[in-house]
Design a protein around this ligand. Structure first.
Ligand code: SAH
Ligand code: AVI
Length: 325
């Protein structure tokens, strides 16, 4: 089965049965630089920790993006006449409400499709939104967007596809291009794509956002090991790993790692024991930072073009509107 959320249900008679996740984790931990996908951050606790991150003083992206959306959505929605909002990686849909409000104000909004790998979280979000927006159809889709979008069959058009929060930056370029090409393939004439991108800026400011003083990001990072313990029956000791986040000025991205504080051996049922040396790390996330040129290159490779980019020079974040090329 292609996505984490579906496989998460896969416990058979008390035994873990999640072959796809197991294979992915096995490959990642066998690589010279051990690596796990950031999609494994987001169980219920991980999603809550991310929400906490968005409220931290150091984590500027969320509040900056929100201000841009507030300033710009009413006019954009008037222009586009959007009937459906399809949102990738929607999470709690906190900022999506700004788009939904603007869509409601036009009187044209019919459908909201929040897509997320975090099944319980997105189902809760959908239930809350149905109460907040009577008259709006809310049809959540559970999908690993690296693999599929799992869209409903009927989507009233024109639709706005949205991918907020700079989550695109958590995908390596080939995967990011495949994902955007998938969005492009789902678009019809008149549809638009709205993407939030965190922009290159002062390194100290970026690094502070991923090394907050309250240690919430560190807890979010370690939570991935608890997800593996729960889903795969692994025996990671999160306390035996230190949070590390730094900015790579050549690749223009933050890297998050978990660094082993001692020589240790981890057991995951179905795999040979995994030796992790003191000081060795597991990379858990990249968070790429963009400029206009790098976004244009991604879009071009995916068959999209930049139609509008309403940043102002003082904001360290971009909201890009894309259209089929
Ligand atoms: N859009 C929200 C949430 C961002 S957090 C915001 O801007 O604040 C990233 C969200 O993407 C989480 O809800 C997470 O569950 C989801 N996500 C991460 N990787 C994913 C994947 N591969 N497929 C689907 N959803 C994913
Ligand atoms: C979801 N994503 C865009 C966040 C980011 O900034 O890359 C996840 C995150 N990782 C650490 N803090 C927040």
């Amino acid at each position: 089965m292609p996505n984490l959320a579906r496989t998460r249900a896969g416990r058979v008679a008390g035994r873990v049965h999640n072959p796809r996740m197991l294979a992915e984790v096995a490959a990642g931990l066998a690589a010279p630089q051990k690596e796990l996908s950031p999609k494994y951050f987001y169980d219920q606790r991980g999603s809550e920790l991310f929400e906490e991150i968005t409220r931290l003083p150091e984590y500027y992206p969320t509040r900056t993006e929100r201000a841009l959306l507030e300033g710009w959505m009413p006019e954009l929605m008037q222009q586009l006449g959007t009937r459906s909002l399809v949102e990738l990686g929607a999470g709690s849909a906190e900022k999506s409400r700004i788009i939904l409000d603007a869509m409601r104000a036009t009187g044209l909004g019919e459908l909201y499709v929040p897509i997320d790998v975090s099944a319980t979280f997105v189902s809760q979000t959908a239930a809350v939104l149905r109460r907040e927006y009577p008259g709006l159809m809310v049809e959540p889709a559970i999908a690993d967007i690296a693999e599929e979008l799992n869209l409903p069959r009927r989507i009233p058009r024109p639709a706005l596809f949205a991918f907020l929060g700079s989550t695109i930056g958590n995908f390596y370029p080939p995967a990011a291009i495949r994902l955007l090409a998938r969005v492009r393939a789902a678009m019809e004439p008149g549809d638009r794509f709205l993407m939030g991108v965190d922009l290159r800026k002062d390194v100290a400011r970026i690094e502070a956002a991923y090394n907050d003083s309250e240690g919430v990001t560190a807890e979010f990072n370690r939570n991935m090991l608890l997800v593996l313990n729960h889903e795969l029956g692994a025996d990671f000791d999160p306390e035996a790993f230190e949070h590390l986040a730094f900015y790579d000025t050549v690749a223009h991205r933050v890297e998050m790692h978990l660094v082993s504080s001692r020589d240790q051996r981890v057991t995951i049922p179905g795999l040979p024991p995994i030796a992790i040396a003191k000081g060795e790390s597991i990379r858990t996330e990249i968070s790429t930072k963009y400029d206009r040129q790098s976004v244009a290159e991604l879009f071009e490779a995916a068959g999209l073009r930049i139609e509008a980019w309403p940043t102002d020079p003082t904001t360290p974040f971009g909201l890009v509107v894309g259209a089929p090329a």
